[in-house]
Design a protein around this ligand. Structure first.
Ligand SMILES: [Cu+2]
Length: 160
């Protein structure tokens, strides 16, 4: 167990060193941060491309927060409102508001494919919902989602 932990730490150090030594510019990645942490307690707090990229090597979950007062925030109800994931990654939504909300795939209540990809059902304040985007047919697509209780709340997950 100890050896495995040591190896993991060493691996991370080696990866960071390689990234620093090669001096690759990740500024293009920084234009659209893949991971944008909303909680100060989250360990992914750096929006610079370098750290986001390093984090991406070790995490498979993207965090999205339902913002305070989300019902009135429209396309800013989810933070980030547009998140990029790689095929196989999970997205975890946290209800950071004091009201109930859902996270439901589709462009709105009239979408014939509503809830086909995912549907959290009603999330109480503080409750989390996770969904994995592993279906290969999703690669390169945008998955729209909204809140069934407040359909003006809309967000997008872009699958690389
Ligand atoms: Cu809602």
């Amino acid at each position: 167990m100890f050896i495995a932990q040591q190896m993991l730490i060493t691996l991370r150090l080696v990866l960071m060193t390689i990234i620093l030594l090669t001096g690759i510019s990740f500024t293009t990645l920084a234009e659209e941060p893949i991971v944008r942490a909303q909680n100060s307690s989250d360990d992914v707090t750096d929006s610079k491309g370098l750290n986001s990229q390093a984090q991406n090597l070790t995490t498979s979950t993207i965090e999205v927060t339902i913002a305070k007062g989300a019902a009135a925030l429209g396309n800013k109800a989810f933070s980030p409102d547009s998140a990029n994931v790689k095929l196989g990654q999970n997205v975890t939504w946290t209800n950071g508001d004091s009201q109930f909300h859902t996270v439901t795939s589709g462009t709105g209540p009239d979408d014939p494919n509503v809830a086909n990809e995912f549907d959290s059902k009603a999330l109480s304040p503080g409750e989390k919902f996770s969904h994995g985007f592993s279906n290969e047919s999703l690669a390169g697509t945008d998955v729209a989602y909204f809140c069934q209780i407040h359909p003006t709340m809309i967000g997008t997950i872009t699958i690389d």
